[in-house]
Design a protein around this ligand. Structure first.
Ligand SMILES: [Zn+2]
Ligand SMILES: [Zn+2]
Length: 134
């Protein structure tokens, strides 16, 4: 929507002649539509940037979890205490679960456009809505 430059009525982008004052608004309509599209592109870029940052932070958290899990594994496998070993494995499994929940809650594993859960293969484009996510 844009305003007629002469009578200031609100018009659709596909209007060529203003129905209120008969002014040729085709040029103005094209300009307004272009500006509107640029605004949308800008908005999507901002969403994408926020989402990228979320994913990077999440990726770092994942690495930290993996490292901690690895250390726990090393300590547990060198221990003769079976209970400690079992407890460690449960802790690691819980950690993995927490990571998945964290990914969903923080939005790092959710498409910012359609809200669908992103699987591993949805690296650059959302498998559901097809929008660029990286
Ligand atoms: Zn007009
Ligand atoms: Zn999507």
């Amino acid at each position: 929507m844009f305003n007629c430059p002469k009578c200031n009525e609100l018009l659709n982008y596909n209007v060529k002649i203003c129905p209120f004052c008969r002014t040729d608004v085709s040029k103005k309509a094209a300009e307004a539509e272009k500006a509107f599209e640029a605004e949308i592109d800008n908005e999507e870029e901002m969403i994408l940037n926020v989402f990228k940052r979320k994913r990077i932070i999440y990726f770092i958290v994942c690495i930290a979890f993996a490292l901690i899990g690895h250390i726990i594994c090393l300590i547990a496998s060198n221990s003769d205490n079976l209970r400690f070993f079992a407890g460690s494995m449960i802790a690691i499994a819980l950690g993995a679960l927490i990571l998945i929940v964290l990914g969903i809650v923080s939005g790092a594993m959710i498409c910012p456009y359609c809200g669908k859960f992103l699987y591993r293969n949805h690296l650059y484009y959302c498998g559901n809505c097809g929008k660029r996510i990286w």
